[in-house]
Ligand binder design. Structure first.
Ligand SMILES: [Ca+2]
Ligand SMILES: [Ca+2]
Length: 101
């Protein structure tokens, strides 16, 4: 059931126009350079460490979605409340497709 929810959530997010979750009000354009973000939180949201908040980070988030802190550390628990949920997704989405410097 968790995997079905994750898949539906991912499809919904990918179907959103980029301007809805981007910090920029400008439309996405693959030919333009990625926005650079100097906010330290950007690095925290870059879960795979490629200096960019992107789709692989979203996939890592979805892999941890619904998990609670027990013995392991949850990378996607951005608000440190011990649970990976929609509140954490609200931290991630505004930084999507931004470069972290
Ligand atoms: Ca990344
Ligand atoms: Ca959380």
């Amino acid at each position: 059931m968790k995997q079905v929810f994750q898949f539906v959530l991912l499809l919904g997010i990918l179907a959103l126009p980029h301007s809805i979750y981007s910090a920029s009000n400008e439309p996405a354009d693959a030919t333009r350079p990625v926005l650079e973000n100097t906010d330290p939180r950007c690095k925290q949201l870059d879960l795979n460490g490629n200096d960019r908040v992107d789709t692989p980070d979203l996939l890592i988030f979805l892999g941890e979605y619904g998990s609670r802190y027990q013995l392991g550390w949850l990378r996607a628990d951005f608000n440190s409340n011990g649970l990976v949920d929609l509140y954490d997704l609200m931290f991630l989405l505004p930084y999507m497709n931004q470069s972290c410097n």
